[in-house]
Design a protein around this ligand. Sequence first.
Ligand code: DNO
Length: 391
Amino acid sequence: MIESFRWYGPNDAVSLRDIRQAGAVNIVSALHHVPNGEVWEIEEIKAHQKLIEAAGLQWGVVESVPIHEDIKQRVGNFQHYINNYKQTLKNLASCGIHTVCYNFMPVLDWTRTHLYKTLGDGSTALAFQIDAMCAFDLCILKRAQAKEEYTPDEVDAAEKYFDSLDAAAIDELTKSIIAGLPGAEEGYTLDQFNQRIQAYKHLSKQDLQQHLILFLQELVPTLEAVDLRMCIHPDDPPQSLFGIPRVVSTAEDLDVFFSAVPSVYNGLTFCTGSFGVRADNDLDAMFSKHASRIHFLHFRSTQRDGNGNFYEANHLEGDVDMFSMVKAALNEEATRKKSGRPDWAIPMRPDHGHQMLDDLNKLTNPGYSAIGRLRGLAEIRGLALAISRTL
Ligand code: DNO
């Protein structure tokens, strides 16, 4: 596995030097300043790349080139945005970057209700609490159809939860959900958010699935021509939110998507933390079924409570069997190596991390402080070394 670390660019509180000291060799990054839908120009890509290379690192993976909402809904200027997307991919490949992670989650990228849940050891973790999510939807956003979509018990629990919040807590919950987590590229006011959601009212899950398939079908000739691997990130959390469909949450979703667009360039970011939130996702089976198209690994673990809530656990704890995931990744690499695949080594980054030690006193991107991720990387590195000796 190619040990990788995400870097949000020159304004990231975690520097490239920090990342190098964590032992990572590969940078996962994006041009966050380019507005969603515009072409990433070669000069801009090269300028970013130069910063990374000057620190003795490589920019191996883009996470993400975001997908414009018009493409997801196939409305308005979607064809123009698809053309721009292709041009961005060509530009990236011409600069030597051949792996691009993206997602197809409508309106929101990844979502949490709590960004600083205090754990027993005093570190903090990202968390998702279903009552808080429903309370936001019903009592803060006041989405028109929300009441009919929840059970009476859920409405009751959400209202109780809402009553327990003071103004500051309401504000914090709102910001956590709609202000845009790092990398999400877009944040909203309540009104904008409501409008964006309403735009999906007439789209079914099958529609969204079809839009994703049509988008990838159109990209594949470009991907094959410039040897660039796309790898879709699963929905996080892997379930519908705000009554809008999501199409990359389950084993069945993957089967539908990959059988419609079988090119190996249509790949997957295997995010153990996202898939692992659902008890009905068999991670081993999903990994082995789609192993040859896994172009990027996000390793982290979550802890479910059986009632729809979860928090992010230490990398080797929680519900994800990290031993099994690392072993599967190393086995896949060996298979590829044997068959002569030049892309046999798979970039892997420790995803998220607890805020801990010195980082508790710093302002960092939620989930992306240095020390928690360094701990995750070190643990996974050790696990990988031990497993590789037995293969
Ligand atoms: C969160 C990330 C996601 C991911 C995008 C990929 O920590 O894993 O924001 O980058 O969904 O497009």
